[in-house]
Design a protein around this ligand. Structure first.
Ligand code: 5AD
Ligand code: SF4
Length: 589
């Protein structure tokens, strides 16, 4: 009997990719996945430690499982990702319900640990006494102890990997990325591809260098092959992932030591700015620019190639030039500033000044902002408010940075002190919560105005939009209509046929793409309506610059047939964080 697994992901895109790889690996071993936690025999949480709030959610979910496990002792619970790495076996002591701990750099070990845990649990279940009452705290200690499994643990901090070279550790983990199996009929048309693991920056507030370890770059051949396989399965959009993605640099045949330094370059000081990548390009080195160019040129099936997250330093003109010359590389940068105050940037150990950051944005726009040919550059950012010592003056400087940077959107976070980081150890968390909240709200409000104004620049233009599914508004409307039986007969027929038309709509295996890079529209399907309750169905998609575009499926055209395609949409208005438009073609519609 296959075991049902429930896997929930908290946090970032890197975690989403890790979860996809983990589930692909477990599926291949015969595990089955369920979307209902109550049906699962194995519950896995892939966790995030970047902010305390994300961890609190996991603690409370584990608390719920502890109660359930009393009734169901064979339940296997695993904590994967950054929280497992950060908390270590202390997590099992605090939450005995947890059987498995696997850090983000050890995920390749999960199948073996899971297998052990399942065996242990099943034997426990057979020997278990009659179900005790559900209050874990009031249980006799011998039962509480029986809830502690043999403890299947794989963490960077506890494994022998510390003594290995990074290259060897990377080789083992590499197998996980290489094992990825993308089925042609089970994807959304988009995929993440990791190019770099870990981070060497040690920003003073951040846990990532501790939980994900030192920077390791994947071999370019592996990355290009993975992109080819994804394209063959019908993926048309790939987002390359790295914590500091533009630092990608693969030295062929070089050994990498645990401090993340490639041997031949040890002791060498990186130059910053324009000449960074050029200076190290050569036959034996693949730079970030070289990697982008290879993927673009060798995998033309990928209609959209983008990358996150960029570090504002060491971003060479060679990269900007490759993007400019490559029609299928998206003109989009996610490049966090974190603060608009030099004093704060220094305390955060970011390694650049506000002026250097703005100079980079200006340089990127000079290369890539070409609205006149329908190819503007859009930029997204991250800001932390209430970092230790942040004054009102620092806060106003950050507001000024938002005005100058003109982000299409910006993620604004309240500072969350993380144990183990330099800021936690050395700086008092002295900005009151109330002040953090106010500053957060002020910046959010300002950014909303800026986002709307940035969006207005697109009014009257035709943008190529990758259609992802029915908009959130209409998904809700559809669910409500289906629930009270007021939807059109077609709505029921979709549901019964399991057609995925949500925001994560599924895509046909290979979308035909015309020479102009716009998908040929499929012929309308007879039995899928384009209207609900007499109103047209609103679809949602994204531009190459990651702007959300909402538009109505045209009359006589099934919305489903547009999902997963890149279509031209004429932009009519900009509201909050979305553009509203109309499908700009009539042929075949
Ligand atoms: N507190 C608040 N925000 C943080 N980030 C990283 N660490 C912290 C922290 N301790 C934010 C940064 C980063 C994003 C992924 O999360 O803005 O770019
Ligand atoms: Fe964290 Fe800084 Fe590395 Fe980003 S660059 S992951 S903020 S340490």
């Amino acid at each position: 009997m296959p075991l049902d697994v429930y896997l929930e992901t908290f946090g970032c895109q890197m975690n989403e990719l890790d979860s996809e790889l983990v589930s692909s690996q477990l599926r291949a071993l015969g595990y089955r996945f369920t979307e209902r936690i109550d049906d699962a025999r194995v519950v896995l949480f892939n966790t995030c430690s970047v902010r305390e709030h994300a961890e609190q959610k996991v603690w409370s979910r584990l608390g719920e499982l502890a109660v359930r496990k009393v009734r169901q002792p064979e339940l296997v619970v695993g904590v994967l990702g950054c929280m497992a790495e950060r908390e270590g076996d202390g997590l099992m002591k605090r939450m005995p319900v947890v059987d498995i701990l696997v850090g983000p750099a050890e995920l390749d070990k999960l199948p073996a640990l899971l297998d052990n845990a399942v065996r242990t649990r099943i034997s426990l279940a057979i020997d278990a006494p009659a179900p005790p009452p559900p209050e874990v705290d009031s249980l006799p200690s011998f039962i509480k102890k029986s809830l502690v499994s043999a403890g299947q643990i794989a963490l960077q901090g506890t494994s022998s990997r510390r003594s290995q070279t990074l290259a060897a550790a990377g080789d083992q983990l590499e197998l996980l990325d290489l094992s990825r199996a993308t089925s042609p009929d089970d994807h959304s048309g988009s995929a993440y591809v990791r190019i770099t693991r870990g981070c060497n920056k040690f920003c003073t507030y951040c846990v990532v260098p501790f939980t994900r370890g030192a920077e390791i770059h994947r071999p370019p051949e592996h990355i290009v092959d993975e992109c080819k396989r994804l394209a063959d399965a019908g993926i048309i959009e790939v987002t390359l992932l790295g914590q500091t993605v533009n630092h990608y640099r693969f030295e062929h045949g070089a050994a990498v030591t645990v401090d993340g330094v490639t041997q031949p370059q040890k002791g060498r000081v990186y130059r910053t700015g324009e000449d960074f990548a050029d200076a190290y390009a050569g036959e034996r080195v693949t730079t970030f620019a070289g990697l982008l160019k290879r993927i673009h040129d060798e995998v033309p099936g990928i209609q959209r190639l983008r990358f996150v997250t960029s570090y504002p330093k060491s971003f060479g003109n060679d990269v900007l030039q490759v993007i400019r010359e490559s029609p299928r590389i998206c003109r989009y940068l996610h490049v966090p500033a974190q603060s608009g105050s030099d004093r704060m940037l220094k305390a955060m150990n970011r390694g650049y000044t506000v002026q250097e950051y703005l100079d980079f944005l200006a340089r990127a726009r000079e290369f890539l902002h070409q609205p006149e040919i329908g190819r503007p550059l859009t930029v997204a950012g991250d800001i932390i408010v209430g970092f230790p010592g942040e004054t009102e003056e620092d806060h106003l400087a950050t507001a000024e940075l938002l005005r100058t940077a003109r982000y299409k959107n910006c993620f604004i976070f309240k500072y969350s002190p993380r144990p183990g980081t330099t800021a936690y150890d050395k700086l008092a968390d002295d900005v009151p919560e109330e002040t953090k909240r106010r500053r957060n709200n002020e910046l959010l409000k300002l950014q909303l105005e800026i986002s709307t104004r940035v969006g207005e620049e697109f009014i009257g233009r035709t943008m190529q939009v990758f259609v992802q599914g029915v908009s959130k508004r209409d998904s809700k409307r559809r669910a409500a209509e289906a629930a009270c039986g007021t939807g059109s007969p077609g709505v029921e027929s979709w549901a019964s046929r399991g057609v995925a038309l949500s925001i994560e709509g599924r895509v046909a295996p290979s979308t035909p793409v015309s020479a102009a890079g716009v998908a040929e529209l499929k012929t309308p399907s007879e039995d899928l309506p384009n209207e609900m309750g007499g109103l047209p169905t609103q679809l949602s998609g994204r531009t190459e610059g990651d702007l959300i575009v909402l538009f109505d499926a045209p009359a006589g055209r099934s919305p489903e047939s547009l999902v997963g395609q890149i279509v031209p949409v004429w932009i009519e208005s900009s509201k909050m964080l979305s553009l509203m438009g109309r499908l700009a073609i009539s042929a075949g519609v």
